[in-house]
Design a protein around this ligand. Structure first.
Ligand code: CP
Length: 312
């Protein structure tokens, strides 16, 4: 897809892209990607005039929702060949959010393939990230991903953010044979056990181990990949006023030149959007080792491959 971007794999095909949350990269890359393959994208969002949807089964729909996901998914399946869903957690109760109800409701009721455009994981993002790592390590003559130390570091952000990118990053690093390390301020910031278990299993399958640490020096030492992301602590979902003073203590988790100097000339990236000089300093983000733009570009290529594989 990267070498030959224009094709007809999606000729006469239509993809519906449903955004329940904001987006710059995902919306643009899916839309452009579908067009580059001869297809057509319909972008839907509640703020763009779509009916508010109900996602629970068996409820009396006397609230805001005008339409049930069952009808929406089945009707879209009659018009479109694929449905993409972006639906972030509600950030009230992680026990509920971890069920990924909206994505699963579309998967249950749609008659066409459903693609996760970021819910509680962000698989397209992390496929693009791994592709960028493979490309740059190969270009620099540094070999394959296997055995490289991959550091996923929590960073400060003024708001509690989704764990989706972090979940997918940790899992894909382990799956591709890297040695995953998770750095976060306290045990409360460790990711959901489901993703820790999967990353542990995949790391062990490659003879590696998942390391979880709260020690910055230990985490950065010898890292060959640094990936920055902020997220809200799961035990505080819905109780952010209590979490905020704790989070505020860890502003120094910013990715800066001093920390990068401890690494083995690591490549560094972020999924974007990113608050400069809060999560990562300008000096690090604008350095030659940062592959964030390559990662963002690769969203286009990997998503085209996904769409072609599913409906092309
Ligand atoms: N990284 C990412 O998914 O970007 P958007 O939220 O802008 O789509």
């Amino acid at each position: 897809m990267k070498a030959a971007p224009i094709g007809d794999a999606l000729k006469n095909k239509t993809v519906a892209l449903l955004f329940l949350n904001n987006s710059l990269r995902t919306r643009t890359s899916f839309d452009v990607g579908a067009k580059q393959l001869g297809g057509h994208a319909v972008v839907l969002s509640p703020s763009g005039g779509m009916w508010p949807l109900e996602f629970e089964d068996g409820v009396v729909m006397d609230g805001e929702a005008e339409e049930h996901v069952k009808e929406a998914a089945k009707v879209l399946s009659r018009y479109c060949d694929l449905i993409g869903i972006r639906a972030f957690p509600k950030f009230v109760d992680w026990k509920e959010d971890r069920k990924d109800r909206i994505l699963n409701a579309f998967a249950k009721y749609a008659d066409v393939p459903v693609v996760n455009m970021e819910t509680i994981t962000h698989p397209c993002q992390e496929m693009a990230h791994v592709m960028a790592l493979q490309e740059r390590f190969e270009k620099d003559g540094r070999g394959a991903l296997d055995g490289k130390k991959f550091l996923l570091t929590w960073t400060y952000h003024p708001k509690p953010l989704n764990t989706a990118v972090a979940n997918s990053a940790l899992m894909i690093a382990a799956k591709f044979g890297m040695k995953p390390t998770l750095l976060c301020p306290t045990p409360d910031y460790v990711l959901d056990e489901r993703y820790i278990a999967q990353a542990t299993k995949d790391a062990e399958a490659h003879g590696n181990a998942l390391t979880i640490t709260h020690d910055i020096d230990e985490a950065y030492a010898g890292a060959e990949v640094v990936y920055a992301k902020s997220w809200g602590a799961l035990p505080y979902f819905g109780n952010w006023e209590e979490e905020k003073p704790i989070r505020d203590l860890y502003r120094h988790f910013i990715v800066d030149e001093e920390k990068m100097a401890k690494t083995a000339d690591a490549l560094v990236s972020h999924c974007l959007p990113m608050r400069r000089n809060v999560k990562m300093t300008d000096a690090v983000f604008d350095s030659a080792n940062c592959i964030a733009y390559e990662e963002a570009e690769n969203r286009l290529h990997v998503q085209k491959a996904i769409m072609k594989a599913l409906v092309g």
